[in-house]
Design a protein around this ligand. Structure first.
Ligand code: DAK
Length: 257
């Protein structure tokens, strides 16, 4: 499919999606969200792809949902239209998605990064939920995922005041896994993807599902989910190969089975 608002390429076994509305600081209009989710679904279905990197430009990962597109929506259009469904598709993918954030990740941009499985950012990154300045509140996880990730006080401060976190503060708050120089961001994100690509794809998907259970369920349910998935790895040839390779003092050769 030909995309107009994203650039898509494959680097080895890693899919790369670049948000590409630079003049609007990658504001997330409905076309971009539709194209992004379409590309992520296609990568999920591609047996050659192990992980996906989502990134923007050096100036902006994404400065939020497109305010100009949202401005005229009525309550009925926002509430009963199909506004939220396409966004949810990002968090429903089985393969790991790495957000590589440089510059602004604001509003829906910050929420999009948090829908990904892990976030690394450049030293110029700025994360924020400035919806309060527009007379609204976050609507795609900015009060929920953000609070679980960074805690109530910090989330309250960001959401109630619109204050942004710079890269170092985002790392201290556990919003990002690590900070790298802006010029190295894409390489580091792709390297992460390459490292994941060396593992067993079904087992990676199980690990991702188990960690997500920690955010989506109670501890008791999460522990049960983890145990079932752990036992599930014993149904794979890759688990057998991984343990045999350890005993043989060689590198495992996973077959994704
Ligand atoms: N929407 C539309 N256009 C935007 C934009 C945005 N979010 N952010 C920037 N732009 C456009 C600007 O209008 C400008 O366009 P022109 O005037 O050149 O045509 C261009 O990008 C460059 O922006 P600036 O001239 O403002 O650039 P500066 O460097 O001076 O400032 C800035 C950068 C990021 C500080 C500033 O642009 C800014 O404050 N932008 C708005 C940030 C913001 O408020 N973001 C939150 C938006 S609300 C939901 C899903 C998602 C959401 C809600 C619900 N569901 C599924 C239910 C999300 C809501 C939001 O994200």
């Amino acid at each position: 499919m030909a995309y107009e608002t994203i650039l898509v390429e494959t680097r080895g076994h890693v899919g790369l999606v670049r948000l590409n509305r630079p003049k609007a600081l990658n504001a997330l209009n409905s076309q971009l969200i539709a194209e992004l989710t379409e590309a992520l679904k296609a990568y999920d279905a591609d047996p050659e792809i192990a992980a996906v990197v989502v990134t923007g430009t050096d100036k902006a990962f994404a400065a939020g949902a497109d305010i100009k597109e949202m401005a005229s929506k009525s309550y009925v259009e926002a509430s009963f239209g199909d506004f939220i469904a396409p966004w949810q598709a990002v968090a429903q993918r089985k393969k790991p998605i790495i957000a590589a954030v440089a510059g602004y990740a604001l509003g829906g941009g910050c929420e999009l990064a948090m829908m990904c499985d892990l976030v690394i950012c450049a030293d110029n990154a700025k994360f924020g939920q400035p919806e309060i300045n527009l007379g609204t509140i976050p609507g795609a996880g900015g009060t929920q995922r953000l609070t679980r990730l960074i805690g109530k006080s910090k989330a309250m401060e960001m959401v109630l005041t619109g204050r942004m976190l710079d890269a170092e503060a985002a790392e201290r708050a556990n919003l990002v896994a690590r900070v790298v120089p802006v010029d190295n961001l894409l390489d580091e994100a792709l390297k992460l993807g390459d490292t994941i690509a060396e593992k067993s794809k079904p087992v990676v998907a199980m690990a991702k599902q188990a960690i997500n259970a920690a955010y989506e369920t109670t501890l008791e349910t999460g522990l049960k989910t983890e145990r079932q998935l752990f036992y599930g790895t014993f149904a794979t040839e890759d688990r057998r190969e991984g343990m045999a390779a350890f005993a043989d003092k060689r590198s495992p050769e996973f077959q994704d089975r």
